[in-house]
Ligand binder design. Structure first.
Ligand SMILES: [Ca+2]
Ligand SMILES: [Ca+2]
Ligand SMILES: [Ca+2]
Ligand SMILES: [Ca+2]
Length: 627
């Protein structure tokens, strides 16, 4: 009885080569257990959910369990309770990122005492609320997955310590429940949770509370320390509710995130104390909103928001025994070295009947240009200090006292990425006042050494490690995506000689464009090489290749920014295919049935490659899978 030996580069990520499918037979599970007894790590490929579960149940540190590309349907949780080590994790992965779709009722439940587990490269379209890292499951990583679950509930719940959630795409949600819901146990939040380099987009409002894109804690956990980091994530059109990110615990860092085009939403410090919020970029939102004590909010870049920074008007004082659910009066918060440009109002305290306002807030060394009134304070603001702010071409100081600022052109100029930075000769350079020892980095991730520059930008020659993010920074839209450009982009799949189904999502950037996704035998660099094509045509409709022409059985117009799910049912021996498309939120439509392969491909005997081409405009193609 022998075990598959571990590929030598297992610790460095994806194996360079994989073994062929290993179909679990009766008795093989026992063989695996025998291997486990010798604690010899191995690489396994499985081809069913039941085989995956069996293999997971026997996993030992260092094992790599690969689920072959395809579409799988669950009817129960895929549970993980095994233990890897820091140097030999247990990795459960899709054959290729995005190549495995998990449908059905459940995803992964990683439960105590699991540790050092990696879940890599899956595409989750099953029922929401069914991916979780439970309390007691530690050092669990979800990486390079795509979450597009259905129905109400969270996409991912995290309650275990030392979780890492990175490089995933969370998209297309319209139901109550969070994209990520970080919890804990008792009154203790999950600690050292690290959420980074994820792409969150298109969360439309279900019309009720509880649809935060990230809810990090709960009021009952709020006085516990999280030591979490949320960084380098991109959020676009995340309008689930007014709280886009809601922090409800203490001592976390939220830095270098980009939040775009999410009007009416806020990055909210809702409960808890002592959080750091720095180097974030917010455009077309309701800005940063603050409750709780001793938060440091600095080096943030806030442009074109309705409100830049909103200092909360408390309705309770938790330190004096008011309930944890109160809007805790902000005390001793520091808002410094931010750049606020063209916000409708730059700095606001909203009104509240019998509101407690805020105490001892420092508003210092911010650069404020354009837009409306600088300060609009509608509640008690005792002990507030205002110093060193530089203002230019705003709608007036409002409630900021005259001594709190100087009216001076900061000489801002947009860089190639469209973000205002200081130009040489700016009076903001080296003119920051006060100590503000928490202010250690600027919005570019550059260290604040020497005399600090006012606003979010420190003029520095140090390496830039943070920036305003865009979808292009996320592997062309996500871990399983490719962006169509004016070229042919090919990717192989397992050779098909009989009947099979190809599925994928296309999101056109605009309408009309001219692009297609085609199937072929080998990589192609000419249109004539593709046998079966789904096209977004130049007149704004979806059609497909049928022999010598592009046609459609139905008129199917398309719109920019909408995702279309395609299903091609292919019969290689008869060189024909049927093609169906489901617009986002709609029902499946028939593009055509029994279309012939393109005339030039009428003799092809196998298909093994997917091509993406665009002539005009662009589109994102995601989640290509063969069934
Ligand atoms: Ca909320
Ligand atoms: Ca307070
Ligand atoms: Ca300086
Ligand atoms: Ca800088």
């Amino acid at each position: 009885m022998t075990c598959n030996r571990l590929h030598p580069d297992r610790g460095a990520g994806r194996p360079m080569a994989r073994r062929g499918p290993l179909v679990l037979r009766a008795g093989l599970a026992l063989a695996a257990l025998a291997c486990a007894a010798t604690a010899s790590a191995a690489t396994f490929t499985v081809t069913s959910i039941s085989a995956l579960q069996t293999r997971i149940n026997a996993a030992v540190a260092g094992d790599i369990i690969i689920l072959q590309n395809g579409v799988y349907t669950t009817s129960a949780a895929i549970t993980v309770t095994r233990q890897g080590t820091s140097g030999a994790r247990i990795t459960i992965m899709a054959q290729t990122p995005g190549g495995v779709e998990i449908r059905g009722s459940h995803g992964f439940s990683v439960n105590s005492p699991a540790r050092f587990i990696t879940i890599d490269g899956f595409r989750f379209t099953h029922t929401s609320g069914r991916n979780s890292i439970a309390n007691g499951a530690t050092n669990v990583r979800f990486t390079r997955n795509t979450f597009q679950c259905t129905g109400g509930g969270a996409y991912l719940v995290v309650a275990g310590h030392d979780a890492e959630i990175d490089r995933n795409e969370f998209r297309n949600k319209s139901t109550v429940g969070n994209m990520i819901d970080v919890r804990g146990t008792g009154s203790q939040i999950a600690q050292r949770v690290w959420i980074h380099h994820n792409y969150f987009h298109d969360f439309t409002s279900p019309g009720e509370n509880g649809a935060e894109t990230i809810r990090f804690g709960l009021s009952g956990l709020s006085l516990s320390d999280g030591f979490g980091i949320i960084e380098h994530n991109l959020f676009i059109r995340c309008n689930g509710e007014n709280e886009l990110i809601s922090i409800k615990n203490s001592r976390n860092t939220i830095r270098y995130n980009t939040i775009l085009d999410s009007p009416g939403t806020q990055l909210t410090l809702r409960h808890g104390n002592d959080n750091l919020v720095y180097g974030n970029y917010l455009k077309n939102t309701d800005g940063i909103r603050i409750f709780g004590d001793r938060h440091q909010v600095f080096s943030n870049y806030l442009e074109d928001n309705t409100i830049g920074i909103n200092i909360g008007n408390g309705d309770g004082e938790v330190a004096d025994g008011d309930p944890l659910t109160a809007h805790d009066r902000p005390d001793d918060c520091v808002i410094s070295f931010n750049t606020l440009v063209n916000n409708d109002r730059h700095y606001v305290m909203s009104g509240r009947t019998n509101g407690l306002g805020a105490t001892d807030t420092a508003f210092s060394n911010n650069v404020i240009q354009g837009g409306g009134v600088i300060a609009d304070i509608n509640g008690p603001n005792s002990g507030a200090s205002w110093s060193g702010n530089m203002t230019w071409s705003t709608g007036g100081a409002g409630d900021m006292p005259g001594g709190g600022h100087t009216n001076q052109n900061p000489l801002l100029a947009r860089d190639a990425n469209g973000v205002f930075h200081l130009q040489a000769g700016s009076p903001a350079i080296d003119s920051g006042s006060g100590s503000f020892s928490a202010v250690t980095f600027d919005m570019d991730g550059q260290p604040r050494t020497g005399a600090r520059d006012k606003g979010a930008d420190e003029v520095s020659s140090a390496p830039v490690t943070a920036k305003l993010l865009s979808p292009a920074d996320f592997q062309s839209g996500g871990p399983s995506c490719v962006t169509a450009a004016n070229s042919f982009q090919n990717a192989g799949f397992s050779s098909q000689t009989g009947n099979f189904t190809a599925e994928f999502d296309v999101t056109p950037a605009a309408s009309p464009i001219n692009m297609y996704v085609g199937l072929s035998s080998g990589s192609q660099s000419a249109h004539t090489g593709f046998a079966a094509n789904a096209r977004f045509n130049p007149t704004g409709q979806i059609d497909a290749r049928d022999g010598g022409a592009y046609v459609a059985d139905n008129v199917i117009p398309y719109s920019g920014g909408v995702t279309y799910h395609f299903r091609l049912v292919v019969d290689v021996p008869s060189r024909s295919y049927s093609i169906f498309v489901t617009p986002q939120g709609g029902s499946e439509l028939t593009v055509g049935t029994s279309f012939a392969f393109r005339t030039e491909q009428s003799g092809v005997t196998s298909l093994n490659s997917r091509g993406v081409w665009a002539g005009d405009g662009s589109a994102t193609v995601c989640g290509f899978a063969i069934d």
